[in-house]
Design a protein around this ligand. Structure first.
Ligand SMILES: [Zn+2]
Length: 299
């Protein structure tokens, strides 16, 4: 599918899906609907009366403990990162996402089914120029406790380089780093099918707290002390770090614009992704919004 990088885009026709929330365990429906230019991505909690609109924005992130949760006007929607990642892949600028509960369905734990939905809905250009979030200066943050480091630097394109570091016998060193140069084709080929993952020890304690109620081996990779527990194993030898890339693409898309920059992450997750974006935004010299035709591309 050709992507015109100059123009904003929405979907051609409305489409719906149904699944369970990975934390709530509840059945939830989502309806993706075309939206006019300059709307952005807006979640709408249609189970509430009146309906509450929650714009997808880095400023609305209210929780990053287990997923990325955005909230507005006292209401929230959880686990937005995988659908946001699929929307970033298709360069969808404007969309209404109506939802019947407070959690986006986990589907198979990856972005594959959201990609399938968007392919089925089709994508249309809109007669308004796209804008991009351009990183102008390197900004880096660290987390003293975990040793995590996240950096955004100027870059002619959108590149993600993530290293994970788990002391686990089934995650050898070769699985710990991946670099991704953003394009729809590469996203679909290398990233979209990678699933969320967790450790059995964490899963048991989350269950006791009434969380991860919808989690299963059908929608998550689970590792016990020795190995991956899923009977069919991994979809890619480095599926875990690929999923970290998937999450980062989704979290970055909460900027409200496609990113032009180089993200480098060591032991990063949703919390670091959000902290880094807020750190960049807090420095007016570190970024600017530009139209595509100002980026010097041969389009
Ligand atoms: Zn994820």
């Amino acid at each position: 599918m050709r992507i015109d990088r100059l123009l904003q885009r929405t979907i051609r026709t409305a489409i719906k899906a149904q699944g369970v929330g990975v934390h709530s365990g509840k059945s939830v429906k989502i309806f993706l609907k075309p939206a006019p230019p300059n709307t952005g991505i807006v979640f709408r909690r249609i189970d509430l009366d009146p309906v509450v609109e929650i714009p997808a924005s880095v400023h609305h992130v209210v929780d990053t403990a287990l997923c990325t949760c955005i909230g507005y006007q006292g209401q929230s929607v959880n686990t937005v990162e995988h659908i946001m990642s699929a929307l970033a892949a298709f360069s969808i600028d404007n969309l209404h996402i109506d939802i019947t509960d407070k959690e986006i369905p986990i589907m198979d734990g990856s972005a594959a089914q959201f990609i399938f939905l968007l392919q089925a809905a089709g994508v249309v250009d809109q007669p308004v120029q796209r804008q991009y979030f351009v990183v102008k200066k390197t900004v880096s943050i660290t987390d003293e406790q975990s040793g995590a480091v996240a950096t955004l630097s100027p870059f002619n394109g959108y590149r993600i380089d993530i290293t994970i570091d788990y002391d686990h016998p089934d995650i050898p060193d070769k699985c710990s780093n991946a670099v991704f140069d953003f394009s729809l084709t590469e996203f679909v080929r290398r990233v979209a099918r990678s699933r969320t993952f967790g450790f059995l020890s964490d899963y048991n304690s989350l269950r006791k707290k009434g969380m991860a109620l919808g989690s299963s081996l059908n929608n998550s990779i689970c590792l016990d002390d020795a190995a991956v527990m899923n009977r069919d194993g991994l979809r890619f030898f480095d599926e875990l770090v690929r999923h970290k890339i998937l999450d980062a693409v989704g979290d970055h898309y909460l900027l409200g614009y496609p990113l032009q920059g180089f993200f480098k992450g060591f032991k990063t997750g949703h919390a670091m992704n959000n902290r880094l974006l807020l750190a960049v935004l807090s420095d007016p010299d570190a970024w600017e919004i530009k139209h595509a035709n100002e980026l010097g591309w041969n389009v």
